[in-house]
Ligand binder design. Structure first.
Ligand code: CMP
Length: 140
């Protein structure tokens, strides 16, 4: 199996409720390593650029407002098939559809305030990691 990296965000609803440790424990218990991590306040420009693929969606403006409503924790997670593994750990985008034991089932407040973001492919993971981290910030 391939050791891979994926990009993760703990969203403002998670930092507001002081859930960084509990969510990080889910990643670590599932075998992913947090090889880079930084707590930041996203600007509107950063959120618009990061979620640019959703620009035409009806929820885009609300999403940008939400992602800039408080601090987020940006992370690089490493492990076997990390992209897919993290998507399983997170659960479905809409917490109403998320499986028991997943982060979104246990912690998400709504489809928007869904506690975590994770890359949807290795290609996007590389793009998203490079958006927030320099190579020298990541130690495996
Ligand atoms: P994320 O994985 O960060 O990618 C896009 C985000 O848009 C998603 O999680 C949700 O937080 C948010 N979002 C809000 N409304 C919707 C919706 N109807 N469908 C998908 N994503 C939505």
């Amino acid at each position: 199996m391939a050791i891979e990296r994926t990009f993760s965000i703990l969203k403002p609803d998670a930092t507001r409720r002081n859930l960084t440790g509990k969510i990080n424990a889910k990643f670590e218990e599932a075998g992913l390593r947090i090889v880079a991590q930084r707590r930041i306040q996203m600007t509107t420009a950063m959120a618009e650029s990061f979620y640019g693929v959703h620009r035409e969606r009806g929820f885009f403006r609300d999403l940008v407002t939400f992602m800039t409503s408080g601090p987020v924790v940006v992370q690089v997670l490493e492990g076997e098939n990390a992209v897919l593994a993290n998507r399983e750990i997170m659960g479905a985008t809409n917490p109403a559809n998320a499986a028991p034991g997943t982060i979104r089932k246990e912690f998400a407040e709504s489809i928007e305030a869904n506690s975590v973001h994770g890359s949807d492919s290795p290609e996007n993971a590389a793009i998203e990691i490079a958006y927030f981290f320099a190579g020298c910030d990541i130690t495996g």
